[in-house]
Write a protein that binds this ligand. Structure first.
Ligand code: FE2
Length: 432
């Protein structure tokens, strides 16, 4: 707000209101098409027209660009009240501050490009556009990180990092739009909607692909939960707990995501275990237990053919290796077990102990931690157990909520089976 007052009082001598209105209009059209990215950040193609207003010398800047940034970036969701009023206000401030910062760069570097030297001009465009993009996205990331209580690095990894090329490519596009408007005419700017819409298309494709992938993996993991007799969403919770531990241990967001996916699919190999063993209500005989212990190997063979899932193979294969080497299938010990597997085995044990099962009640957090502490160094990596402990001490169970996994809001396969089992078979009615 202060910036808007500062650039408007006193008002510039010549204000071309039609020009101003034109850029506000173009920006509004671009703003009407936002794409929600996985981290909660909304990507728009508004950067290009706002920068075009900045580079348009007929617009009495910084007055012009600040007002275009203010009015032009209103989105339909603002009118629907989707971000609360303070969110809308913050977004307006974000755009105005970014526009003003970019103008400052142009202003401070103007003496270097007086001769119209191409290299200096390009450098100026890159600097102004770069500052705009950095300020704009940094403020957006910070706001989303605070709102969702997710680390900035995670919001970055989920959203902006994947579309950064699309965002940066809007900088030269903005400059070109301004040049075309000044030299050819404002009507020609309409042509730029084509590359802008293409940029938007790529943003939305990225989001769609990712949702499709996570949704499919989640569906697959539900299938195995149902057969195994585990309670609703066991793999889902293992995945969230494992992800939270990995983040607490300072792993990169890429590794955290890998561990979350492996957490979802860690027991996928149980599909290959015979039903009479998998669903046996009583204790397994020795030979049956041995067959059960093959499930990580089956898991490997299921995941390996898929390029997208292949990176999960070592994590899934070794999720029953004990820290002292007494586990299976390879008897690995200590740091030779993949870190992701060492995290998943702790998350798996913790989840199993703290959730109710058909055959026993949950034992609660404190007793579960006692068990984990008792078996650390034998079954579990002490570092992982310590990380889980620190995590719950500092944030409670809410620490497991921040994840990009879709929520389970439908009847799971296990629940459907139980419901249908209570209904009579209708086969006889058809036979007659
Ligand atoms: Fe397992």
């Amino acid at each position: 707000m202060l910036i808007l007052i500062r650039v408007s009082v006193p008002p510039p001598a010549e204000i071309d209101l039609i020009r101003l209105g034109f850029w506000v209009g173009v920006t509004l059209v671009a703003a009407a098409l936002p794409v929600r990215l996985p981290g909660g950040v909304h990507a728009t193609i508004t950067t290009a027209p706002v920068l075009a207003a900045l580079f348009d010398v007929g617009l009495a800047n910084p007055f012009g660009v600040c007002w275009v940034a203010f009015f032009g970036t209103f989105e339909p969701r603002d009118l629907r009240g989707e971000p609360k009023w303070y969110g809308t206000l913050f977004n307006r401030a974000d755009w105005v501050i970014s526009g003003y910062a970019a103008w400052l760069v142009l202003f401070l570097t103007r003496s270097a490009v007086t001769g119209g030297e191409p290299l200096a001009t390009v450098l100026q465009i890159v600097a102004a556009g770069g500052v705009f993009a950095i300020v704009n996205n940094l403020l957006g990331l910070l706001a989303n990180s605070l709102k969702t209580r997710t680390p900035v690095s995670r919001v970055w990894a989920l959203s902006v990092s994947n579309i950064v090329i699309g965002l940066v490519s809007q900088v030269p596009l903005g400059w070109l739009m301004a040049e075309i408007a000044m030299r050819v005419g404002q009507w020609a700017v309409v042509l730029f909607m084509v590359p802008l819409l293409l940029a938007r298309f790529s943003f939305s494709k990225y989001t769609e692909t990712r949702e499709l992938f996570f949704g499919s993996v989640s569906a697959l993991s539900q299938a195995i939960d149902a057969k195994d007799g585990f309670t609703r969403g066991h793999a889902d919770r293992v995945s969230r707990i494992a992800g939270a531990i990995a983040r607490e241990m300072g792993l990169t967001e890429k590794d955290v995501e890998l561990i979350e996916l492996a957490g979802l699919l860690h027991d996928i190999g149980k599909i290959g275990v015979e039903d009479r063993i998998l669903m046996k209500p009583s204790r397994l005989e020795d030979d049956e237990a041995e067959l059960m212990r093959r499930h990580p190997i089956y898991g490997k063979s299921i995941l390996e053919p898929s390029i997208a899932l292949r990176p999960l193979v070592p994590l899934v294969l070794h999720h029953h290796e004990n820290y002292d080497g007494s586990g299976y299938p390879d008897g690995l010990s200590g740091d030779s077990i993949p870190l992701g597997s060492r995290i998943i085995i702790v998350a798996d044990a913790y989840e199993a102990m703290t959730s109710d099962r058909v055959y026993r009640k949950a034992i609660g957090h404190d007793r579960a931690m006692d068990q984990l502490n008792r078996y650390k160094s034998r079954q579990f990596d002490p570092k992982v157990v310590r990380a889980l402990d620190a995590l719950i001490r500092s944030r409670g169970v809410a620490a497991f909520e921040a994840s990009d996994l879709p929520q389970i809001e439908y009847e799971t396969l296990a629940e459907l089976r139980r419901r249908l089992a209570a209904e009579p078979l209708i086969r006889d009615a058809h036979a007659g």
